[in-house]
Design a protein around this ligand. Structure first.
Ligand code: ZN
Length: 77
């Protein structure tokens, strides 16, 4: 069985975490993103797959770089 995860709510319900990575190659810091806050801001039906707004809005807390990438972390068992 294949489960398709696409929206913020899908990831939240399945216990997945999104990691935001700093776009500055000299920094490379990453942190987990708050899915509840993202759902409030973009809507729970907002699709993570191929999205650009969240990536563009990432601001690194370490170096202040704006923009980065997102990876999906599956829940630990
Ligand atoms: Zn950084």
């Amino acid at each position: 069985m294949t489960t398709t995860l696409a929206t913020i709510d899908d990831f939240r319900r399945h216990g997945h975490t999104l990691l935001g990575h700093c776009g500055n190659p000299l920094c490379g810091r990453c942190r987990s993103l708050d899915l509840d806050a993202l759902a409030d801001r973009y809507g729970a039906d907002y699709s993570i797959i191929g999205e650009k707004r969240i990536r563009a809005a990432l601001v690194c807390s370490a170096c202040g770089h704006r923009g980065g990438s997102i990876t999906i972390q599956t829940p630990a068992r």
